[in-house]
Design a protein around this ligand. Structure first.
Ligand SMILES: Cc1ncc(COP(=O)(O)O)c(C=O)c1O
Length: 383
């Protein structure tokens, strides 16, 4: 018998049946009234999830398209942007801006720790002409979240820099009140905490961001925000053919999140992450991210000595149908990562913890594999 796998990756994630069903709706005209209604409802509901009054656009692309959109719309070639880099996605964010000609000033951050407001302040004091600061809120490659994001935003804004946030892996899974935290441009993707299949990116754009975007012609035709705004304003459409079925899916997922209540939706991620950290800690495992910067949505666990990440992942998948991720680059064999995103119920959490415990035991782990469930139970009962 083949059962669906439990996709405990840091994206894509498990998708609610209601969202799958919505995707199977018959096709509609993307230049017709039904699409206009769908699009308008998605924008309204997505703004609630972003907690923003700013403009918001849904792009038919993966999250990287959202990053390219930011990189190609706001800065002119040669303008400076400060980017903390503490992992793969920080590197990619910096690279995207370089590709579009920006002069990137990286802040080197030790992997597993998060950039601080002081680091950004010091860098901006040396780079007074920096036009923007771009930060990966949750570094998916290391399971590290920037706990000083709001402060970094204040620092950026007080020096007149635009504040751009890659929240691709975390929006919906941890606190992120976009307007309250002064975020000018916030990017996320469908396949993470929004519990939708991959293929859509969402980007919010503040008035200050528009001021920069309006200075020059965008350097991407596909990701031109000026064009997106024109089509939305004039017809509630997108400039190019949208992935209509994914729009159906996102629409349904946003409704599920709002029916659940945003605070409760985020709260589930927080509680479940507390259960993971408590359980794996009690089992004798260590975490890659520093305490205080640990992510609620990506649990990055150090591999116990003598056990190969590849064996753990393979056995989890074949024996228990639980799919987890390895590390990127230099962390490939050093860690494994569990995505705690989207559908977060006691079932996902307890199945993952007990399966990891059982497989580690099989592979000769000398910690207390059984202790995880005991530690997690009282916490998951509150989810
Ligand atoms: C923080 C972050 N930024 C960017 C990306 C790239 O998104 P995508 O793979 O959807 O293009 C990811 C994907 O995992 C991510 O976690």
């Amino acid at each position: 018998m083949s059962l669906p796998q439990l996709i405990m990756l840091p994206g894509p994630t498990n998708v609610p049946p209601r969202v799958y069903s919505a995707m199977c709706k018959p096709m509609i005209n993307h230049r017709g009234a039904e699409f206009h209604q769908l699009h308008s409802r998605i924008l309204e509901n997505a703004k609630k999830v972003f907690q923003t009054e700013n403009d918001l656009f849904v792009l038919t692309s993966s999250g990287t398209g959202g990053v390219e959109c930011a990189a190609s719309n706001f800065l002119l070639p040669g303008e400076k942007i400060v980017v903390p880099v503490g992992g793969t996605f920080g590197e990619r964010l910096a690279e995207a801006f370089r590709t579009y000609g920006a002069s990137v000033v990286p802040i080197e951050v030790k992997m597993g720790s998060a950039p601080t407001a002081d680091q950004v302040r010091e860098t901006l004091a040396r780079q007074r002409d920096a036009k923007a600061v771009a930060v990966v809120y949750n570094e998916t490659s290391t399971g590290t979240t920037v706990r000083e994001l709001q402060k970094i935003g204040e620092v950026a804004k007080s020096s007149g820099a635009l504040f751009i946030v890659d929240a691709i892996s975390v929006l919906g899974g941890d606190d992120l009140p976009v307007d309250k935290w002064g975020i000018d441009v916030c990017i996320t993707a469908s396949q993470k905490c929004l519990a939708t299949p991959p293929g859509l990116a969402l980007i919010s754009v503040s008035k200050d961001a528009w001021r920069l975007a309006e200075r020059a012609k965008p350097r991407s035709e596909y990701f031109s925000l000026i064009k997106c705004r024109k089509f939305r304003d004039e017809k509630m459409e997108t400039p190019f053919t949208p992935a209509v079925s994914l729009f159906f899916a996102l629409d349904e997922a946003l409704q599920i999140i709002l029916e659940t209540g945003l605070e409760r939706w985020i709260g589930r991620h927080k509680k479940a992450s507390a259960a993971y950290y408590s359980a794996f800690g009690k089992m004798g495992l260590g975490f890659f991210a520093e305490e205080g910067s640990r992510s609620t949505v990506v649990i990055a666990i150090n591999m116990p000595q003598g056990i190969a990440a590849k064996d753990l992942r393979e056995r989890l998948r074949t024996k228990y149908g639980v799919v987890v991720a390895g590390g990127f680059g230099s962390l490939k064999d050093a860690i494994f990562r569990i995505g705690n995103m989207g559908i977060v119920t006691p079932r996902e959490v307890l199945t993952t913890i007990s399966s990891v415990g059982a497989v580690l035991e099989d592979l000769g782990f000398r910690g207390r594999s059984g202790a995880g469930i005991e530690a997690a139970l009282p916490i998951v009962s509150e989810i």
